[in-house]
Design a protein around this ligand. Structure first.
Ligand code: SF4
Ligand code: SF4
Length: 351
């Protein structure tokens, strides 16, 4: 193990539910207690719910170099992308240079991923963390920290596993073996590609997001210009491999799923059930479903059942005219998803 730099910075980009916050804490603790470095870590997120953007920042420094910076990491040595769908979000690839190692949770090959990310240059590491997490019965974050450890020679995998044993292993002993296995597979199975900067994609400078309305000009009473759930807000990145499947024949249109779902994915329209007029459940708009599976728990007739996302082509259930809508409105700047109602559903649905 050799830590040759004075300073080393990591940024994790994620969505609530994938465990980036915990991964950041683990990496911070690992640096301080197991690598003998100065270390700090903190996260930034909105409401503590699945589907919200999450960023975690970790800094390492040599023992005699104090860490006095407490601002977000803008030029990371390592960027951890917990889902490939985050590639299109603003500022995600900011500060990635030829000196950055980018670790991505994806089932795609590095050549394709480079273009999806529009990556300027650096080292690209691709790992199918979701698949490994499902197979090992662990979490995406464990696989990701294993893959992150592969990016340099000072992050010793054995010490990382010891850190896991001493921390979450004590809290959740039954999950320890699965977590250690997930870290090991992340470390061993990550695919690597060196990318030399060329004319294909530009370096992206990190900048603060500017909002049209701020404290100086917002209407009295305040306005939330960035809704958590909106018709343009794709929550597919929050899912951890499982989705609810709607079995229409079993549905009694009680509406419990609709009042339980935190993201209003269920599409109800006026219709008839057993000869009576009522609101009829068309099913789920997966564009907004974050895979929390609360609807499955609440359904009294088992009309909603847990399934593996990989087994279904759910793209046909996404918003039909999504491109048109997103083209007209700025990202995350529209109202609640209930606005979409049944128009978002595909035509092949039978009421
Ligand atoms: S909770 Fe189940 S039965 Fe009730 S409307 Fe939803 S899917 Fe249908
Ligand atoms: S799993 Fe069910 S409750 Fe959770 S977001 Fe998806 S549809 Fe809504």
């Amino acid at each position: 193990m050799s830590f040759k730099r004075d300073y080393f910075e990591i940024r994790l980009e994620s969505i609530g539910g994938l465990g980036a916050n915990l991964a950041g804490k683990i990496l911070g603790e690992y640096g301080a207690l197991y690598l003998g470095l100065n270390a700090s870590s903190f996260s930034s997120y909105g409401s503590e719910k699945r589907g919200s953007p999450v960023k975690a920042y970790i800094r390492y420094a040599k023992e005699n170099t104090p860490i006095r910076v407490n601002s977000p990491v803008q030029i990371p040595n390592i960027l951890g992308l917990f889902h490939i769908a985050l590639a299109n979000k603003e500022n995600v690839m900011a500060g990635v240079s030829e000196n950055t190692s980018v670790v991505v949770n994806t089932d795609k090959e590095p050549e394709e991923v480079r273009n999806i990310l529009k990556m300027y240059g650096g080292k690209l590491y691709c790992i199918d963390a979701l698949k490994i997490a499902l197979e090992t019965k662990s979490r995406v974050n464990m696989v990701m920290i294993g893959a992150i450890a592969k990016t340099n020679d000072f992050m010793c995998i054995e010490k990382l596993q010891q850190c896991i044993k001493d921390t979450i292993g004590k809290k959740y002993p039954k999950a320890l073996e699965s977590n250690l296995n997930a870290i090991k597979r992340g470390y061993e199975e990550v695919k690597y590609k060196e990318i030399s900067p060329d004319d294909k994609y530009d370096y992206i400078v990190a900048k603060d997001l500017e909002r049209e309305w701020g404290y100086k000009n917002a209407p009295i009473g305040g306005v939330n210009t960035c809704f958590g759930s909106s018709i343009s807000n794709d929550l597919s990145a929050s899912r951890e491999g499982y989705i609810p499947i709607f079995i229409k024949e079993k549905c009694i249109n009680c509406g419990l799923c609709d009042s339980t779902c935190p993201d209003m994915t269920f599409q109800f329209v006026k219709g008839q059930y057993k000869g009576k007029e009522c609101m009829v459940n068309l099913g789920i708009d997966y564009h907004h479903c974050k895979g929390c599976l609360r609807c499955v728990e609440i359904c009294p007739t088992k009309a909603l059942q847990v399934s593996l996302e990989r087994d279904f082509d759910i793209s046909k259930y996404h918003i039909r005219n999504k491109d048109l809508i997103v083209g007209k409105l700025n990202f995350e700047e529209v109202g609640a998803s209930s606005f979409v109602t049944s128009e978002s559903y595909t035509e092949d649905t039978n009421i």
